[in-house]
Design a protein around this ligand. Sequence first.
Ligand SMILES: [Zn+2]
Length: 298
Amino acid sequence: MSDIRNPDSHVASAGSRTRKTASRAIAPVRNFMLESAYPAFCEGLAVVGRPLLLSRAEDMTSQTATRSCLILAPHPDDETLGCGATIMRKLAAGTPVQVVIAADGRHWYQSGKLSFDVLNEIREQEARRACTILGLPCENITFLRFEDCRLADHRGLLRDRLFDIFDTMNPEEIFVSSIIDNHPDHRVLAELGRELAQARRDRFPVLYEYPIWFWDPRILRVARLLELRPQIVRTEEFRTRKREAIAAYRSQVTNSIDETRRAPLRRGFLRQFLQAEEIFFEISRDNSSRRLKEPGSV
Ligand SMILES: [Zn+2]
């Protein structure tokens, strides 16, 4: 309805109608760009960029197998995608492994039917199943259950929990998501991983970051890539079981709920985690103590 006190209101209404019509017209294009074209571009970047990283990577497969470790995952599935074969290799060597999953994953899908509690339970059950396939006992997984996408709001509490878990376990290595990942939770956990390694430097934990939402030009810069010190762990005989563990995250890799149009994680995205090696970036103590740069800066 137009406003009779404003003689220009009919013009404004006509303008707003035109904008709405235009917005409706471009919606399919925008959806295509967001849901298909841009993710496909990032996947292509991974196909090109991964071999470049590998060309200057060091192989730490044998050294890492016997070092106890704490795996910090922002969400259920990151531990398996980023470190699945490394976890299996350590367990095969009888090395202690603990996994901590910081957020609950409740926002993986905006369901019209399922509550947050149900969505959470689905993700946790999948994490237990995936870790069982990796050979990790369920008692070695800690779910901290902070709200998905809101880790920054709980930074202090999260830091305290991570320090407590580290002090109880005293691992030789910490694995955490990459600070360059294009996901706020992944970056917050990476920052806390660096704080933790720095604060406990007298105990010499080696800190590694693993890439997940990494090949994204909105965050990634060539200069940052060149700063990284890539290391690999060969997946070899553990690759098939890693594939099975990833498949245990049914809600993420299939269209498991009637309401969804497609699986949240695309096949092209998953492909980078099923390769002959897992990639890690060793973070030097200098880097851990340095004031962290803003995401996107070089
Ligand atoms: Zn994640």
